[in-house]
Design a protein around this ligand. Structure first.
Ligand code: MN3
Length: 197
């Protein structure tokens, strides 16, 4: 059994007008799919290990960079699709709201830190909200890297590779990040991840 491209949690046009169907056609249909195809080639179709295990076993090993990059990009993108919702955006609710208040001081401070992480990730990468040592933190990773392999628990992520926003926002990464926070961020997913941490 080979690894499979997971279904999107919504229709490809469900995030429009914020993120277009055309972006999803490329980002999910081409980029995310290519990571699945590449990983299956590199592992000869052996999907016996969960992706998380493959990532942890190959992280930091230069001789396994191809396997790590493709496995992590499959995992990161699946997590990213779930980090957005057609009915998302705005201030958090539930347990994550109280925890953000406690660990960042306010939602506004969290949002500022999250946008700064995305803006200062030079080149391709990811901005994350993670639980690390019992505290919520904002972090960023380059390329395919994922906080999971450093022992932190991902709560939400935002893809800041250009392919995530170029069709809809061209070079305006800050506008994409503002839209992600105002209209798309999925606090239900964050609450579920916090509850399972
Ligand atoms: Mn991407």
């Amino acid at each position: 059994m080979a690894y499979e491209l997971p279904d999107l949690p919504y229709a490809k046009d469900a995030l429009a007008p914020h993120i277009s169907e055309e972006t999803l056609n490329f980002h999910y249909g081409k980029h995310h799919n290519a990571y699945v195809v590449n990983l299956n080639k590199l592992l000869d179709g052996d999907s016996s290990k969960p992706l998380e295990q493959v990532m942890k076993e190959t992280a930091g090993d230069a001789s396994k960079a191809g396997i790590f990059n493709n496995a992590a990009q499959i995992w990161n993108h699946t997590f990213y699709w779930n980090s957005m919702s057609p009915n998302g955006g705005g201030a958090p609710t539930g347990a994550i709201a109280a925890k953000i208040e406690e660990d960042f001081g306010s939602f506004e401070k969290f949002a500022e830190e999250f946008k700064t992480a995305g803006a200062t990730q030079f080149g391709s990468g990811w901005a994350w909200l993670v639980l690390d040592g019992g505290k919520l933190k904002v972090t960023k990773t380059p390329n395919a890297e994922c906080p999971l392999t450093a022992g932190a628990t991902p709560i939400l992520t935002m893809d800041v590779w250009e392919h995530a926003y170029y069709i809809d926002f061209q070079n305006r990464r800050p506008d994409y990040m503002a839209t992600f926070l105002a209209n798309l961020i999925n606090w239900n997913f964050a609450n579920a991840n916090l509850a399972n941490a």
